[in-house]
Design a binder for this molecule. Structure first.
Ligand code: NIG
Ligand code: FE
Length: 427
């Protein structure tokens, strides 16, 4: 890969040990990682964008140089070294689809499905998403913050340095804002970048039962503008499905979101082919997510729009979906594929992004390299952060994870138990 220098960023990087040896404090400027492999995840023709005996220079929380150790420029000769000890350095992992803020749990629904029920039947019977809405409305901001912080700590212990968090269990102005404030608060002081998505169009709340269009009007007139004005939403998401919102309703919401300058994402074709992937693509969505029932035409539309396919094997496995997403079509059309936990109490009570990688390989037949790209480079694209995180190259934030593995494919290989030696959030 090409070695290049850039102007250093400013500010202070912090190290966040996730078990094992603590990271060196980089506050005083430059440090060099060396003594192992670097999976840059840059598309440079090498699997994993790998540099077998690499060096990576960090200055004030930004990556300023990456390349073979033998080519490290003289200017770094005196800088302190951080020894990879034969392990591998990867970008900090990115969980680009979570519902991390919620109250309660739905293990009874899980059990019910195993006794013969279905996800849709539970939703129609007033359980499902609406039961989490009731619990989340009743919870205080302090309680939501405490439970979500514990979930976030588990993800961070997996090497996650960026996480997307959706609202969608409030469904009133006050409760959606409450969820988004909690999500924002999680981004302060836990060593993780947080991106928020307003998912008020997740379900029709009880007070609007049978009047989904009126609820949509309320979101567009009252919730969306305030979330934007208060700086609480980085994107707008919706659930397009027979048990949720129609294509016309989603289009109305997305038109309003785009008018306010917000990017959009969509829960699409999870339970049936509702043309969700093509709908998302027609709005230039950052991502379309789930996609089990997406058609070939949907894949083609996503490719043309540059919409990332976010694959959620936790939801696929938990719901017991009848078919996996059309991975072959995504590959054939060059659709970028991300992988995420979809952490939520209903369809995917998953607390590990490494587990999502493993399941994406076992259940969807992704390669380990696709799975790692799916939680780094492609996940960054799904959040509109491609220029800043997700690859190890000069000019990117020094979000770094050090692993005691012999090869980066091991990140997708182990089924639980693997933990990074060091996790560092850059600037
Ligand atoms: O991503 N598909 C809709 N939303 C969530 C599930 C939320 C829930 O069941 O509480 C999902 O699977
Ligand atoms: Fe989801």
């Amino acid at each position: 890969m090409t070695a290049a220098s850039v102007e250093p960023g400013s500010g202070t990087a912090t190290s966040h040990p996730a078990g094992g040896t603590a990271g060196r404090d980089l506050a005083d400027g430059t440090a060099i990682y060396q003594g192992g492999g670097i999976a840059t995840m840059v598309r440079n023709g090498e699997p994993y964008g790998a540099i077998a005996d690499g060096a990576l220079a960090v200055q004030d929380g930004r990556i300023v140089w990456v390349g073979p150790r033998a080519a490290l420029p003289e200017q770094f000769a005196g800088a302190p070294r951080i020894d990879l000890a034969g392990g591998w350095l990867t970008p900090g992992l990115i969980d680009c689809h979570t519902h991390l803020v919620f109250a309660g749990e739905r293990s009874a629904e899980f059990e019910g499905r195993l006794l013969g029920g279905s996800y849709e039947a539970a939703a129609r019977a007033g359980g499902g998403i609406l039961s989490t809405v009731a619990a989340t409305r009743a919870a205080t901001e302090t309680d939501l913050l405490a439970t979500a912080a514990a979930r976030l700590a588990r993800l961070r212990a997996d090497g996650v340095t960026t996480v997307e968090i959706k609202s969608g269990y409030g469904l009133t102005l006050a409760d959606e804002l409450k969820m988004l404030r909690v999500a924002r608060a999680l981004g302060h002081g836990q060593g993780v970048r947080v991106r928020t998505s307003l998912l008020a169009a997740h379900a029709t709340p009880p007070e609007f039962a049978g009047r989904a269009d009126a609820y949509l009007d309320h979101i567009i007139a009252d919730i969306l503008p305030v979330a934007v004005a208060e700086g609480l939403a980085d994107a707008v998401d919706a659930f397009a499905e027979t048990i949720a919102f129609s294509a016309d309703q989603v289009a109305r919401l997305f038109t309003a979101a785009r008018a306010l300058g917000l990017p959009v994402k969509l829960h699409a074709d999870q339970l049936s082919d509702g043309g969700g992937a093509a709908l998302a693509a027609s709005f230039g969505a950052l991502s379309a997510d789930h996609l089990e029932y997406t058609s070939e035409a949907g894949a083609r539309a996503m490719s043309q729009a540059g919409t990332v396919a976010v694959l959620l094997p936790g939801a696929y496995a938990t719901i017991g979906a009848a078919q996996p997403p059309p991975i072959a079509a995504f590959r054939a059309h060059g659709v970028r594929m991300a992988v995420a936990t979809d952490c939520n109490p209903g369809s995917s009570p998953m607390g590990s992004l490494l587990m999502a990688m493993n399941l994406a390989c076992s259940l969807f037949r992704l390669t380990p390299e696709e799975a790692l790209a799916g939680v780094t480079r492609e996940a960054a694209a799904a959040l509109g952060l491609a220029g800043d995180v997700g690859t190890l190259e000069a000019g990117r934030a020094a979000d770094l994870t050090v692993w005691d593995v012999r090869h980066p494919r091991e990140l997708a290989y182990w089924m639980g138990g693997l933990r990074p030696r060091q996790v560092t959030l850059g600037k």
